[in-house]
Design a protein around this ligand. Sequence first.
Ligand code: MG
Length: 252
Amino acid sequence: MMQRTYEAFLLLFLALLSKATSVKPCPRPSLPQDDSSFCLSWRLAVEANNLRGWRTVPTQCFRYLETYMIGGQYERDIDFILGQILSYANGIALSDDGMDAWILDVDDTCLSNLFYYKGKRYGCDPYDPSGFKAWAMTGGCPAVPGMLGLFSKLVNSGFKVIMLTGRDEETLGQITAANLHNQGFVGYERLILRTPAYKGQSAVVYKSNIRKQLAEEGYRIWGNIGDQWTDLQGDYVGNRTYKLPNPMYFVP
Ligand SMILES: [Mg+2]
């Protein structure tokens, strides 16, 4: 009896030992080094302004960007930012002098060029000034999802909303005003486009100059929203700046 019990324990011990020694070591966790992993890093670097002066989206990121831009995440990212903007704006006590202002960029901040950029492989193709101008001249840019709601809330709260764009006033002034109107952006204080005096200036210099003038007029710039870092850098940028996502192109 004792012998049998001893043998049974011995067999159990050997079985457990053999199982323990046959377990393979855990593989070191690692992320797949595929395109989407690279493209996520690339997009993060773009949005964080760690990558500057880039001219085209890396070709291997075409499908990744397509999924990001039209698969729902782009809209969710904007929606998240709009929530932050609203909670900040709701906490501002407005003065009664009518000088509490917000600055909104136009392209891919209020009006979306996503449909146009779809035809440019979401920025994998190089910038095409005449193609973009032809698109803008249609006056058919839809509103960026959620932006009209934010715009209306700012206007209805009593803020003076100033649209500031690098679009050329001479050629695109009328159609831009019409496009904003047909998308419901009604009731803004001013639409400022690039006049010949600012031609050739970088976006940072041009927009800083305009904001300086607005500040000298007495406007208090509470917030500034743009899809490009160059909308939000320089002088008189405002109390808070908000960067909307745009991994399709870079404006110097
Ligand atoms: Mg823009």
